[in-house]
Design a protein around this ligand. Structure first.
Ligand code: CMC
Length: 429
């Protein structure tokens, strides 16, 4: 079979550059532009809108159809039948675990949840009022100081141990960020509890009394983690890959991913959703905010709406919406004023021609924000929780990349600055 190729001709030259076309299992073909540089050209694609930066077999998204597959399994099927930890195993190892493998995996994660005692002192260096994402970034980066000298990233076993440690310790660190923020003592993990239950207990329990975890809320929390577990080559995952491509310590690479996730265009959107709902304040103000969102001269955007990849309903948002109903029913909070604004906003945006034509559907952050608010999680912890769930995706991509022996990531640029010019001594300027 002849190889499919594209040919690029350059106006004003007799150049005709052959570019091989590569096909994945599903999804669009990609044009391999590697030959361009030998001919003196680079591609220009700000925001990587048309650029595949790697080869991966972890997650597939078809944004037009609203499809998200992890290792071939649709996200709604995983949300319905699987648990966060089972999905972590799938993302890391490529296959669903057998009952025995799952038990072993859950045991391994449970027994890695404690963090080094020195990290307790590390937290003392933060101002109590610092944003929990700032603390999370620092605390996760600090793990690289504990696990560096004996970590050989070329050794698969070492990479898996790093992955297990990260998945296990993230809820502990996330809860520590919160406890430090509210001035309560840190709680050690309880090995008798499941992943999400343990997190809720470390967040809301105190050493003074027993904390009973509500199973509906634990299930919702597990789903939130599961629905955030991976999302292909998004900004934070690409950051982790780029940082990791230099051979850097994986815990430091994950801290870089956390920094990227923090922004309101990415993981920070769930926090921005609640801030927006508070700003709107009353259902009577909704129309004015919808008008602001549509006004080209106003930078305001409806937070929690739209997605770079999904031009159809985000499949994660569908599941999250269902979980939203379960949590509200359990807690009896349907009449919360902010939640009422959220529901009304969702309804208007789904019907308004501006949002319909631009295919701006509510995204996963819209619903996760309002669920977490109902559970009693403070707004500034929302992105931290996204980071807990996404850690497995970040580390699975890092693991895959290192296994592939990828070269260091090094994008090029279209230079628009000065050409070489003469230096003028300060006294002559
Ligand atoms: N409200 C109002 N208008 C919007 C919105 C919005 N939320 N999102 C996009 N638009 C408009 C935008 O003005 C543009 O209009 P036009 O074509 O007339 O210039 C058009 O829709 C396309 O927008 P874009 O900025 O070119 O799209 P993008 O792919 O670069 O951005 C996005 C995607 C998610 C950054 C953007 O939709 C947005 O800012 N949404 C709000 C923030 C948010 O909810 N982010 C969470 C994303 S999901 C979680 C994650 O993956 O991290």
């Amino acid at each position: 079979m002849t190889e499919k190729k594209a040919q690029l001709t350059i106006e004003g030259t007799d150049l005709a550059i052959d570019l091989p076309i590569r096909s994945g299992t599903v999804g669009p073909d990609v044009i391999d532009v590697g030959a361009l540089t030998k001919n003196g050209f680079f591609t220009y694609d700000p925001g990587f809108v048309s650029t595949a930066a790697c080869e991966s077999s972890i997650t597939y998204i078809d944004g037009g159809k609203g499809v998200l597959l992890h290792r071939g399994f649709p996200i709604d099927v995983l949300a319905e039948n699987s648990s966060y930890l089972e999905s972590c195993y799938l993302l890391l190892h490529g296959e669903l675990p057998t009952a025995e493998q799952l038990e072993e995996f859950e045991g391994a994660i449970t027994h890695h949840t404690m963090v080094h005692e020195s990290i307790h002192q590390f937290f003392e260096g933060f101002h109590h009022n610092a944003h929990p994402m700032a603390k999370m970034c620092g605390a996760v980066g600090s793990l690289s100081a504990f696990y560096h000298d004996d970590l050989d990233i070329t050794n698969e076993k070492h990479r898996i141990t790093a992955a297990y440690r990260l998945v296990a310790k993230m809820p502990t660190l996330a809860a520590m960020c919160y406890k430090h923020h509210v001035g309560q003592p840190f709680l050690y993990p309880d090995n008798s509890l499941g992943y999400a239950e343990n997190f809720l207990r470390m967040m809301f329990g105190t050493p003074c009394e027993e904390y009973k975890v509500n199973p509906v809320l634990a299930k919702a929390m597990d789903r939130i983690f599961l629905l955030h577990a991976d999302h292909e080559q998004n900004a934070s995952t690409s950051t982790v890959r780029l940082a990791g491509s230099s051979g850097a310590n994986p815990y430091a690479c994950i801290a870089a991913g956390i920094a990227t996730l923090w922004g309101p265009a990415h993981g920070g959107a769930n926090e921005a959703v609640l801030q927006m709902l508070e700003e709107i304040g009353d259902e009577s103000n909704i129309d004015a905010y919808i008008a602001k969102a549509k006004d080209k001269n106003d930078p305001f955007r409806l937070m929690g709406f739209g997605h770079r990849v999904y031009k159809n309903f985000d499949p994660r948002a569908k599941v999250m919406k269902q979980t939203c109903g379960e949590v509200f029913a359990e807690l009896g909070v349907e009449n919360d004023p902010l939640l009422r604004i959220a529901k009304r906003l969702e309804q208007i945006a789904l019907e308004d021609p501006y949002f319909v034509e631009k295919k701006l559907y509510p995204n996963v952050d819209f619903y996760s924000g309002i669920i977490m608010k109902a559970i009693g999680i403070p707004t500034e912890m929302f992105t931290v929780i996204f980071a807990v769930g996404r850690t497995v995706g970040w580390i699975a991509h890092w693991h895959e990349m290192i296994s592939q022996g990828t070269r260091i990531g090094r994008p090029r640029q279209l230079y628009t600055g000065y050409d070489a010019r003469e230096y003028v001594p300060v006294e002559k300027r």
